[in-house]
Design a protein around this ligand. Structure first.
Ligand SMILES: Cc1ncc(COP(=O)(O)O)c(C=O)c1O
Length: 388
C-alpha cells in the first residue's frame, strides 16, 4: 500500500544528513575504531551533559539499560519494584530478570503512573520505584521523589521514551528525564526521538559506584584496566560505530525536539475541537513534553484506524492489550495489580484506566521530517471520519 503519511520515515532523515553519516562512518572505520573507543566515550559524555548527570553508559538497547541498571543498583531476589502496567513489556521483564517481583499500579489521564496509588503499593519488601515516562512526558517526579525519600526507596527511571523531557520542580528549575533517580534508562531504538541505526540505549547516573558497576556489567563483567572479571554478565556494549552515527544526529536533536513540539501544537489545534478525540494536552505548565509519540484517545478507535489506513495514513496502537493479559503473565503467574479501588485480580478484574487506554489509544505519525501539509492531511481525515 502506498501511504500518503507514513508512521515513521527513517529514510528521509538519513537522506537529509547522508553526507555527514557517510563521513562519520568512514572516519570511524578508517581508524579501525571498532569497539569501546573515543566515539562511544564522547557520546556518553555529551549525553550525560544533556541529561544533566555525571555519567552515561552506552548499551545496545533500552532493554539492556534497564537490565543492567536494576542489577547495578542492587535490585535482586526478595525485592519488590513498583512500576506501571501500561508500558512496554521490557520495564516489567527487567524486574523479573533481576530476580525481583514487580508490583503494577494503574496510570492516570497522562498515561503515566498514578502517584496517588504509590503508597498503597508499598510493602516491607519494596525496594524501588520505576516510573515510566511514557510518550515523552515525565511522571510527576516531585511527588515520586518525595514518597521515595520518605519511604527510603530508590528510584530507577524508565526514560526510554523521554530524552529531553523535563519538568519544573518546586524551586522553579527544570529537571530532565533520567536525572532524578539513582539511574535513568534510555532507549535509542531507531524509532525513538533520538534513534540509532537499529537498537541502542544509555544508562545515566550521578552515582560513581553504580556507573562503575554498570560499565562492567554491560561488558561481560570485565574491568578493562586490570582485565579481571567481577560479575557474571552479558555483552550489552553499544557499538562504537553506532555512537559515531548517533553523535551526528545528536547535533540536530534540540531542533528536532522543537519541531516535534510544533507538530504537536498543530495536532492539538486541529483536533482539539473534535468531541470524539482527546488530545495529549494535559494543561500542567510545569511539564515540557517532547512527544516521542503523539497519542490520542479516540471513540471508535479501531474504525478510525481502519479509515485512516484506507486514506493512506499509517497509525499504530501502543498498546492494545494490557501487559498483564499477555501470555507470559497468564501462563507464568500474575503480578500484584494496584488500582484506585484496591487490588484487582484478572480475569475477574483489571486496572480500570489501563484497560480503558488500551481500548482508546491511537498513535499518529510524529517525526521532525513531517510536512505541514501531511499533518494537515491527517487532521482533515480524522475530522472527515467523525463527520460521516
Ligand atoms: C517504556 C519503554 N521501556 C523500555 C523499552 C525498551 O527499549 P528497547 O526497544 O531499546 O530495548 C521501550 C522501547 O520501546 C519502551 O518504550
Amino acid at each position: 500500500m502506498e501511504y500518503k503519511v507514513r508512521f515513521a520515515n527513517p529514510a528521509k532523515q538519513y537522506a537529509d544528513h547522508r553526507e555527514e553519516f557517510i563521513k562519520a562512518f568512514d572516519d570511524t572505520l578508517s581508524r579501525g575504531a571498532i569497539v569501546n573507543k573515543e566515539e562511544l566515550w564522547k557520546f556518553e559524555e555529551d549525553f550525560a551533559k544533556f541529561v544533566g548527570v555525571k555519567y552515561g553508559i552506552g548499551v545496545n538497547s533500552g532493554t539492556s539499560a534497564l537490565d543492567v541498571a536494576l542489577q547495578a543498583a542492587g535490585i535482586g531476589q526478595g525485592d519488590e519494584v513498583i512500576t506501571v502496567a501500561h508500558t512496554f513489556i521490557a520495564s516489567i521483564s527487567s524486574i523479573y530478570l533481576a530476580g525481583a517481583t514487580p508490583v503494577l499500579v494503574d496510570v492516570g489521564q497522562d498515561f503515566n503512573m498514578d502517584t496517588r496509588l504509590l503508597e498503597k503499593a508499598i510493602t516491607p519488601k519494596t525496594k524501588a520505584i520505576m516510573p515510566v515516562h511514557l510518550n515523552g512526558r515525565l511522571c510527576d517526579m516531585e511527588v515520586i521523589m518525595d514518597i521515595a525519600k520518605r519511604k527510603g526507596l530508590i528510584v530507577i527511571e524508565d526514560a526510554a521514551q523521554s530524552l529531553g523531557a523535563s519538568m519544573k520542580m518546586a524551586d522553579g528549575a527544570a529537571q530532565s528525564a533520567g536525572s532524578f533517580g539513582v539511574a535513568g534508562c534510555f532507549s535509542l531504538y531507531w524509532a525513538k526521538a533520538l534513534g540509532g541505526f537499529g537498537g541502542s540505549g544509555m544508562i545515566t547516573t550521578n552515582d560513581p559506584a553504580i556507573a562503575e558497576k554498570a560499565r562492567l556489567m554491560r561488558y561481560n563483567g570485565e574491568n578493562r584496566e586490570d582485565r579481571h572479571f567481577y560479575y557474571h554478565a552479558h555483552n550489552f556494549l553499544m557499538d562504537n560505530l553506532q555512537a559515531a552515527l548517533l553523535q551526528v544526529k545528536f547535533k540536530y536533536f534540540p531542533q528536532w525536539l522543537q519541531r516535534r513540539k510544533e507538530i504537536a501544537e498543530l495536532y492539538h489545534q486541529g483536533l482539539g475541537g473534535v468531541a470524539q478525540v482527546q488530545v495529549p494536552h494535559f494543561g500542567d505548565p510545569r511539564f515540557s513534553d517532547i512527544y516521542t509519540n503523539y497519542v490520542i484517545r479516540a471513540e471508535r478507535r479501531d474504525e478510525l484506524a481502519k479509515f485512516l489506513q484506507e486514506q493512506g495514513v499509517e497509525t499504530m496502537i501502543s498498546w492494545g492489550t494490557p501487559t498483564y493479559k499477555e501470555p507470559v503473565f497468564v501462563q507464568g503467574g500474575m503480578p500484584r495489580l494496584v488500582s484506585a479501588g484496591g487490588d484487582v485480580h484478572p480475569p475477574a478484574g483489571g486496572l480500570p484506566e489501563t484497560e480503558k487506554i488500551c481500548r482508546e489509544v491511537l498513535s499518529f505519525p510524529m517525526y521532525p521530517e513531517l510536512t505541514l501539509e501531511q499533518v494537515q492531511y491527517v487532521i482533515e481525515q480524522v475530522k472527515g471520519f467523525y463527520a460521516q
